[in-house]
Design a protein around this ligand. Structure first.
Ligand SMILES: [Mg+2]
Length: 232
């Protein structure tokens, strides 16, 4: 392994270090079952699409985290003409989700190797506190990080500059050109890092095209292990 060309590395959590899609699918199915609805594959895709739309609105600063939690299930239930309290279903889902930890293949290895080289590691996530905190504890990954920034806890989300300013401040403001951001989401991770002048690494496992109008990230990788072999 060549020497890592950055002193600081900020990692997104969901679908970068942990397999959120898998956890979410499991938790969603279990939540529906717990109030007697029979989940199928299509339902999860419907929910995932609605959820994605809601998070986009949150990223744009148009709705609150609480509204994301309500709307994603009220829209889903309406689609199936099921009468149930969306916030209660959201609670069922989040309780299940908080129990689920599935690492992305190779992610733990990456943290170990960077840590061994003395790189300062931080975690930057737009998730919810009640879900992320238990998962972070359970995964044993807290010990790796110098800063853990959960958007809900600070009241501002990626890609807003205030989110990254807060993170950098926690790290005693290292020069941004020495900071690498690794994440799977172009709109929140990559854009946020680019705005701050950081180097960005897009973990693009599914080889999606870059959203229109976006400046390419400095690096694009298909496997998270490739983080260990980035050129300067
Ligand atoms: Mg992510």
């Amino acid at each position: 392994m060549t020497a890592f060309p950055y002193t600081h590395c900020l990692f997104d959590l969901d679908n970068t270090l942990l397999d959120f899609d898998r956890s979410s699918k499991e938790a969603f199915g279990e939540a529906l079952e717990s109030f007697g609805m029979e989940p199928d594959e299509q339902m999860f895709f419907q929910y995932a699409e609605i959820n994605h739309r809601c998070w986009k609105l949150l990223e744009a600063g148009e709705i609150s985290p609480r509204e994301v939690q309500r709307r994603r299930f009220s829209d889903f239930l309406a689609l199936h003409e099921v009468e149930y309290d969306p916030l209660k279903l959201n609670d069922l889902y989040l309780d299940k989700l908080a129990e689920k930890v599935h690492w992305i293949d190779g992610a733990k290895e990456v943290l170990d190797a960077l840590k061994a080289q003395g790189v300062s590691l931080s975690l930057i996530t737009n998730g919810l506190k009640r879900v992320q905190r238990p998962r972070l504890e359970q995964s044993g990954m807290m010990e790796y990080f110098d800063a853990v920034v959960i958007s809900e806890e600070i009241g501002v989300a990626k890609p807003q500059p205030a989110y990254f300013e807060y993170t950098l401040e926690k790290l005693n403001n290292p020069p941004v050109e020495r900071v690498l951001l690794v994440g799977d989401n172009p709109g929140s991770d990559i854009l946020g890092g680019q705005r701050m002048g950081m180097a960005t690494c897009w973990y693009n496992a599914r080889q999606k095209p870059l959203p229109e109008g976006m400046k390419p990230p400095r690096y694009e990788i298909k496997r998270i292990r490739q983080v260990l072999h980035l050129p300067a």
